[in-house]
Design a binder for this molecule. Structure first.
Ligand SMILES: NCc1[nH]cc(CCC(=O)O)c1CC(=O)O
Length: 313
């Protein structure tokens, strides 16, 4: 009989989600020898609806609701999330307690033919399901075609290999975690593809009143990542952006100075508002809000309004 303390992680069943949950399980068990961590794999609505562009099924919390119910009902204690998929608000009783060290935040260019978007000829087809990636490719490479690409990382790579696309764009971090790094032709610089808020970072959600679990999670916290991700999320929140929006937000720390870049665009690339701000890391959230206000003053609100109206149709 073992009387180890048990912590249960609610997780989606995709390979990436399972990898992320296993990763946190391994880190927690290494930190706390008396702890046993189990996974509770679950399906979410976002995993079930596979054939509709995500923007059309109204993405807020699409991949997290079932996990949150499991925590509230006590069937699980924590959930491990990709920060970029997380809604801004949490249900009463739950909170985002830990933000872990960020993996490479860039987007990855993946192709069996080309090494870079610059090389692709007119009419070549790029696959992505993200409005943010679509808008940036369309604005910077107007001669390329962009087609929707959904599914988990393995499905997307299979569709590329079957020849449905000449290139696809995925998060670098997801490919690295799944040991698919060799598929990456280029880690795209932020000037070419500004990442989504939170991209590459994992967050851990738990019950607000669970001080025992919080004590176990505490050593997983990464302060620098938190500062950057909070700036990015504050920008998104001020823009009232959900998780499926043509918004890029990317912060970097240089000592105690934060550099935050932001972008809002129309999915067809015809309009794009870009901006940046620098300031003290201690003011990260306020820098995010200020940059959002700068973008709004330059037309970002009208662009987003048009996107939301289209996705309700
Ligand atoms: N939108 C899906 C999603 N959510 C999180 C990741 C992995 C990257 C991360 O940890 O931010 C991905 C895959 C992708 O965008 O290619």
């Amino acid at each position: 009989m073992s009387n180890k303390k048990l912590v249960t992680i609610a997780t989606r069943k995709s390979l990436l989600a399972l990898w992320q949950a296993e990763h946190i399980k391994a880190r927690l068990e290494a930190l706390h020898p008396d702890l046993q961590v189990e996974l509770l794999p679950m399906s979410t609505r976002g995993d079930v609806i596979l054939d509709t562009p995500l923007a059309k099924i109204g993405g807020k919390g699409l991949f997290v609701k079932e996990l949150e119910v499991a925590m509230l009902e006590g069937r699980a204690d924590i959930a491990v999330h990709s920060m970029k998929d997380l809604p801004v608000e949490f249900p009463p009783g739950l909170e985002l307690y830990t933000i872990c060290e960020r993996e490479d935040p860039t987007d990855a260019f993946v192709s069996n033919t080309y090494t870079n978007l610059d090389e692709m000829p007119a009419g070549a087809v790029v696959g992505t399901c993200s409005l943010r990636r679509r808008c940036q490719v369309a604005a910077r490479f107007p001669h390329l075609k962009i087609h929707d690409l959904r599914g988990n990382v393995q499905t997307r790579l299979r569709k590329l290999d079957e020849g449905q696309f000449d290139a696809i764009i995925l998060a670098t971090s997801g490919l690295v975690r799944l040991e698919l790094e060799q598929r990456i032709r280029l880690r795209m610089p932020p000037e070419q593809s500004l990442p989504a808020n939170g991209q590459g970072a994992l967050g851990i959600e738990c019950r607000s009143d669970d001080s025992e679990v919080k004590a176990l999670l505490k050593p997983l916290e990464d302060t620098d990542t938190r500062i950057c991700v909070l700036a990015e999320r504050a920008m998104n929140r001020r823009l009232e952006g959900g998780c499926q929006v043509p918004i890029g937000a990317f912060a970097q720390l240089h000592g105690d100075q934060l550099h935050l870049r932001g972008l809002v665009g129309s999915p067809d690339g015809s309009q794009m508002v870009e901006g940046e701000i620098r300031g003290a890391a201690a003011d990260s959230e306020s820098l995010g809000t200020q940059l959002a206000e700068d973008l709004l003053a330059r037309g970002a609100g009208e662009i987003l309004q048009a996107v939301y109206q289209n996705s309700e149709a």
